[in-house]
Design a binder for this molecule. Structure first.
Ligand code: HPA
Length: 234
């Protein structure tokens, strides 16, 4: 039992998928796992544990933004012995070749600050994905036929962004998409010797203004869950 997770120590698996939305955690657990049980509902941030192909897996909502994700990931690693943590979420496209519904697998992530910035102080730390997960996820995504981009993303603190100049610099430097959680996930995984990855689908596009209609988000989300599960147990 921790401040934000009302579960017993062995209620979570070593492998945890982390969608931002707790209802997505519920949908994914009910759709893809067997023998599912709910293990957390503190603050409505639902968590579930079950099995996939016989392997124990948990799916825990992380909330939106790095401060929220940081709370759950710290507690999952320190108190529930999580070892493999995969964010599954959405992002905004930042390159013309990146289209709505494409999959972005984040090799590394750029940020202005993360909740870890005060620890790292003057260090411009480069958070990076676990290679074994990255490699397996790319193979799984390509096998599925998903158009997949692998590279740098931007983990921002502001969804309602007032700095178009910053986005221009990101685009100029090849950043594929923008989301709000991965930099802190990768930094915590590095600190605690865990494996981490972020698998994202492009739900909107900063340059074209397009957005994925809500009725089509479920299918893209399901593809990501499968890619993450296949990568975790490759
Ligand atoms: N900005 C930040 N986070 C996001 C976006 C975005 O455009 N789309 C999905 N997550």
């Amino acid at each position: 039992m921790t401040v934000h997770i009302g579960a017993e120590k062995n209620d979570y698996a070593e492998t945890v998928l982390l969608p931002g939305d707790p209802y997505r955690a519920k949908w994914a657990a009910e759709t893809f796992l067997k023998d599912v049980r709910q293990v957390n509902n503190v603050r409505g941030m639902l968590g579930f544990t079950g099995t996939w192909n016989g392997n124990p897996v948990s799916i825990q909502g992380s909330g939106m933004g790095m401060p929220s994700l940081s709370i759950y990931v710290n507690e999952l690693i320190r108190d529930f012995d999580a070892k493999t943590l995969i964010r599954i979420g959405s992002c905004g496209g930042m390159q013309p070749q990146v289209k709505i519904r494409d999959v972005i697998i984040a090799m590394t992530t750029t940020s202005i600050t993360t909740p870890s910035s005060s620890i790292l102080r003057e260090l411009n730390f480069a958070p990076c994905a676990d290679w074994s997960l990255l490699h397996a996820a790319v193979q799984a995504a390509e096998t599925k036929g998903a158009t997949t981009h692998v590279g740098n993303i931007f983990s921002t603190d502001t969804f309602y962004d007032e700095r178009p100049d910053l986005n221009e610099q990101m685009t100029r430097h090849g950043v594929l998409g923008v989301e709000m959680e991965a930099a802190e996930l990768y930094t915590l995984a590095a600190r605690h010797n865990c494996r981490a990855l972020a698998v994202l689908t492009v739900s909107d596009h900063l340059q074209t203004g397009e957005a994925l209609p809500s009725d089509q988000r479920e299918r893209s989300f399901g593809d990501m869950v499968e890619i993450a599960l296949e990568a975790a147990f490759a």
